[in-house]
Design a protein around this ligand. Sequence first.
Ligand code: NAD
Ligand code: TYD
Length: 344
Amino acid sequence: MTQPVALEHVVVTGGAGFIGSAFTRNYLAWHPSARVTVIDKLTYAGNLQNLAPVDGDGRYRFVQADICDYDAVAPVLAGADAVVNFAAESHVDRSILDPDVFVRTNVLGVNALLRAATGAGVRRFLQVSTDEVYGHVGEGATPEDAPLKPRNPYSASKAGAELLAWSYFSNFTLPVLVTRGENTIGPYQYPEKATPLFITNALDDQPLPIYGQGEAVRHYLYVDDHAAAIDLVLHQGVPGEAYNIGADEAINTVALAERILDLLGKPRSLMRFVPDRPGHDYRYNLDCTKLEGLGWRRRYDFARTLEATVVWYRTHQDWWRAIKSGEYQDYYRRQYGAALAGAR
Ligand code: NAD
Ligand code: TYD
């Protein structure tokens, strides 16, 4: 293990999204002398309300910018100690509907950011990646040196970002670290991913669309545990290395939907089986030995993770009701309209 590196000024790109905002809120609490500058384009998924708890904290600053725009981003990075890049198009189903924007932000945007970070001479560049870069894992647990075999435009663009980041490590000695986290849930997650979609639909007695037979397996990680792991890797990880971040329990989609309905006291009849996602990865499973070697322990098991998430959505309906209008309705109709009309 290396000595923890001191990082006073951290630039968090994509910090108005779900995990980036959790990281920002926590980082300011965990490191009282640190400063955080958030850069975010505020796409449909970015929301300044996610950062409202730190608004007014003199150590926090927000800059609206696109990570593809080198000229806008480079001056913000000048003098920074570290960059943690969360900025991405992040939803698999949208990447199947419209791949282009995924390549733009997740590959070209990351290249612009890597170039700016190299110019600024930052001491750490942490690229937040995903377990999805490994693709479907039929059996066993995946270590970090397993081949990357992404199978949808989202995961392919995230794998492309990683490969570019490694090239900056090799060619320009940029101190790159990569984390590959599992499915993450908790407060402030845009209600397009399965868990917040199921919870908010159930609260409105709307159907829960389950792809195929609902047999795909995921592990659900609490967002604060994910943020804590990124903080650990940022300070104590070895540049040039990737770190898996995983949750404990394997849950298929039917079990996830049932647990949510039970927690909310809603009937199981709200589950609707719709046509499967094309190229659906049926299983991910990470080997987290390397992260545990840095001393990481998750604080939330699956039961606590899901309960905390359900309670937050039940008690923060203003936040998600404001989102579930406008653009969201167009996306929902495009993604689910015909499928739900023909569902059993
Ligand atoms: P999110 O969609 O909630 O947030 C993404 C943020 O990036 C938004 O605030 C958006 O406005 C911003 N953004 C998008 N394009 C941008 C651009 N061109 N320039 C600047 N900002 C831009 O995503 P999330 O769920 O918080 O995921 C954050 C990161 O973590 C992503 O890189 C994702 O691949 C990774 N990840 C997510 C999960 C998960 O389960 N959600 C799991 C593992 C890894
Ligand atoms: P999702 O939250 O989109 O994350 P991932 O990036 O892992 O695909 O989906 C989690 C699981 O739930 C995945 O197996 C796909 C499934 N799913 C549904 O069955 N219905 C849905 O409406 C969505 C969004 C996902």
